[in-house]
Write a protein that binds this ligand. Sequence first.
Ligand code: FES
Length: 108
Amino acid sequence: MKPFKLTFKPNNVTIQVDPSKIPYGETGLPGSILDIALANGVDLEHVCGGNIACSTCHVRVIEGFETCSAVSSEEQDQLDVASGKTEKSRLSCQCVPSGEKDIVVEIP
Ligand code: FES
């Protein structure tokens, strides 16, 4: 896996992700957007601690969505109650990019 960029909007903060450093051991699935964000100083909300029991970690993956891990039924249930949900919505604690493409996410 080669390095890729993970950009957060609207703040336009970009993290250069070095896959050899994953997992960071932060909250959420190893290598998830939340794991990468917290390890690199981007403060995403994560009230339930990455346990698919809230939707505060909701993001919209506006670029590179197709390179992310599949949505589980538990994640889908939480996304259904997330405000501002679109077809690009994911729980950042569950969304693991493969690294094939750079990722841009929007924090609602
Ligand atoms: S932190 Fe609660 S579902 Fe992701």
